[in-house]
Design a protein around this ligand. Structure first.
Ligand code: COA
Ligand code: AMP
Length: 631
């Protein structure tokens, strides 16, 4: 048995002992009653009865242990030409002060704080300040529009919103304040206080009595202590796309999360205290929560906040420059970032300008990693390139190649094997286990590993119906795939209407809701089509209401604008066509899956349940007109 297999088996046969030992690396204010409380509802909970503070574990204890002068956070912003470093002492002080500012404005343990920030250190400071107070942060990605922000305000009901005057995209300054004002206006839940970090690239006039300036508020504040919270108390809510337009509020708890994050740093990523770990993502996504903010700091590493892109800020050598300049040991990003670099600099000429010997491994996640990208990265860098599979819901890898345990063979196209804590199985729809090599639903047998979501914010029922009902006793990941004879997992597709665009998870249902709201649209279907660069792109087909005489050329740009205004630029919705009707089953279900296959030029068969087979020719024509269905 390999070392990995031994550890994986231990974690499943005696989870209490396994995670109880891992938990010894975290400082607790009160020990747990049970490592795992099997009786908790809706699913078993980790470290019930224990108390801790996540911010203390991420910051203060390192200062107390003599790491005060080590860099905790490096900020590098090619879009503003700024570089900054915070030592552990400096970051602790900044966080303690900002926590004081939040407290001065009424934020206490259990209150929610919404964070809508660009990639600046203040985003991490705001998150950690919430953790310090036992308040619950909910970070919203900057690429979402006011409407999406308002949906999250209504669900999380924050006491305070923390934001900045702007974010900076390579092609424009994104003014956050007007979006924020609009969202507050739209939301039914009324927010009485915002704290805004002013940036010189955009002026954001403050509304008296509601908006405070970050610098003024933080300067005036008293530094605060770390508040004890229960291991099972929420640390944060992170909204993610589901099947409908209403996002799911994934909850992360304090105790299980701290243990899993800390454990993963050595065992999966093979980094030690003091190493520089760079997750080139955004704090608005789960990768940013876990591997820009919490895990590297819990482990006492140096983390990197990068406000730039893989290309264009200024060129395809940006990542190599960062790695050399900051002595990065592990880089974590989405495959799409490497596709962007490869597209612009296929021979990696930019790399010749830098010495990146410090880089030990590259980890990729967020979307399926196509073998071409994996080969290119591996041949270019000459290091281990690890694809690993995880979701917002789990917070850390379900499957990976655990470099700190042992480096397993890499099979391009597979994220390798199930991580300790995860009993991954492949089930048929009737619940029977699929034989090796055959596709089925990828599920995790309960209990989930520590760090995974215990429920959805304020919505146990949705949690149960979305994840626990399809296969009793299992968590349904929403991904389909298979396991091969060596135990490697292969993640092939989603079983729902979620698509993945440039590593960003999007709901086609939400885009459809935006399109349906257009006055001329009777019905529509949105699905993901394959894209060489972004992995998938959303494509929309709309049927107009009877009697509409306006031209398609007038309507389509309005639809594109509508999605951008209502969901945000991150939806990257640009491809749409008007059709006379949509293909449906006799019971009225739109046949999105068949349209995806036609668009991608892959083999498809006419569904037996289709209402009128002739429609498929019309759909094929429409897709050809958009440059698809070439197969
Ligand atoms: N705030 C405001 N707008 C944003 C934004 C933000 N934080 N992030 C992206 N956008 C905008 C972009 O400017 C773009 O707008 P445009 O239509 O005006 O050009 C749109 O949203 C789509 O963005 P994206 O899909 O990211 O495409 P891109 O062409 O700007 O960049 C990559 C492509 C590959 C460089 C970028 O997606 C990337 O670096 N991705 C990998 C890393 C990552 O974040 N993965 C997530 C999880 S690991
Ligand atoms: P998110 O919640 O945004 O992290 O997206 C999670 C989803 O992205 C998963 O359910 C998968 O569909 C997909 N995904 C993430 N990582 C991988 C991977 N390594 N391989 C295949 N799909 C992945």
């Amino acid at each position: 048995m390999s070392k990995y297999q031994e550890i994986h088996q231990q974690s499943l046969s005696n989870p209490e002992e396994f995670w109880g030992q891992a938990a010894a690396e975290i400082d607790w204010m009160k020990p747990w009653d049970n490592v795992l409380d099997y009786d908790a509802k809706p699913i078993p909970r980790w470290f019930a009865g224990a108390e801790l503070n996540t911010c203390y574990n991420a910051l203060d204890r390192h200062v107390e242990n003599g790491l005060g002068d080590q860099d905790a956070l490096i900020y590098d912003s090619p879009v503003t030409d700024t570089k900054m470093r915070y030592t552990y002492s400096e970051l602790t002080d900044a966080v303690a002060k900002f926590a004081g500012a939040l407290r001065a404005n009424g934020v206490e343990k259990g209150d929610r704080v919404l964070v809508y920030m660009p990639m600046i250190p203040e985003a991490a400071i705001a998150m950690l300040a919430c953790a310090r107070l036992g308040a619950i942060h909910s970070v919203v990605f900057g690429g979402f529009a006011a409407n999406e922000l308002a949906t999250r305000i209504n669900d999380a009901k924050p006491k305070v919103i923390v934001s900045a005057s702007c974010g900076i995209e390579p092609n424009r300054v994104v003014e956050y304040k007007p979006l924020l004002d609009e969202a507050i206006e739209l939301a039914e839940h009324k927010v009485g206080c915002t704290i805004i970090k002013a940036r010189e690239q955009a002026n954001a006039p403050l509304i008296e009595g509601r908006d405070l300036d970050w610098d003024t508020a933080a300067t005036a504040a008293e530094p605060t202590e770390c508040v004890a919270v229960s291991a099972t108390d929420p640390l944060y809510i992170l909204y993610t796309s589901g099947t409908t337009g209403q996002p799911k509020g994934v909850i992360r708890d304090n105790g299980g999360h701290a243990v899993a994050m800390n454990w993963s740093m050595k065992n999966i990523y093979n980094v030690e205290q003091g190493d520089v770990f760079w997750a080139a993502s955004d704090v608005g996504w789960v990768v940013g929560h876990s591997y820009i903010v919490y895990a590297p700091l819990l482990k006492g590493c140096t983390t990197v906040v990068y406000e730039g892109k893989p290309v264009g800020t200024p060129d395809a050598g940006a990542f190599w420059r960062m790695i050399e300049e900051y002595n990065v040991k592990v880089l974590f990003t989405a495959p799409t970032a490497f596709r962007a670099i490869k597209k612009q600099d296929p021979n990696a000429d930019e790399l010749k300008k830098y010495n990146i010997e410090c880089l030990q491994s590259l980890f990729l996640a967020g979307e399926r990693c196509d073998p071409d990208t994996l080969f290119w990265a591996r041949d270019t860098l000459g290091i281990a390139v690890v694809d690993h599979w995880w979701q917002t819901e789990t917070g850390w890898a379900i499957a990976a190649n655990p470099l700190g345990i042992e480096e397993l063979d890499i099979k391009p196209g597979s994220p390798s094997v199930a991580m300790p804590g995860y009993d991954v199985q492949v089930l048929a729809s009737d619940g029977t286990e699929m034989p090796d090599g055959e596709m089925g639903d990828l599920v995790v047998k309960l209990p989930m590993a520590p760090g995974c979501l215990p429920t959805l914010w304020g919505n146990d029922e949705r949690f149960k119906s979305a994840y626990l009902t399809e296969h009793e006793g299992y968590y349904t990941t929403g991904d389909a795939g298979f396991r091969d004879a060596d135990g490697y997992l292969w993640i092939m597709s989603r079983t729902d209407d979620v698509i993945n665009v440039a590593g960003h998870r999007l709901s086609t249902g939400a885009i459809e809701e935006a399109l349906s709201g257009h006055a001329d649209v009777a019905e529509c279907a949105v699905f993901g089509v394959a894209d060489d660069f972004k992995g998938q792109l959303p494509l929309g087909l709309v049927v107009l209401k009877d009697g509409v005489t306006r031209s398609d050329d007038d309507i389509i740009p309005e639809l594109v604008k509508r999605v951008r205004d209502q969901i945000g630029p991150v939806a990257a919705f640009k491809i749409a066509a008007v059709v006379k009707r949509l293909p449906k089953t006799r019971s009225g279900k739109i046949l999105r899956g068949s349209m995806v296959k036609i668009a991608d030029g892959t083999e498809w068969t006419m569904p037996a349940t289709i209402d009128d087979p002739a429609i498929m020719d019309e759909i094929e024509e429409a897709l050809k007109g958009l440059g698809y269905a070439k197969g």
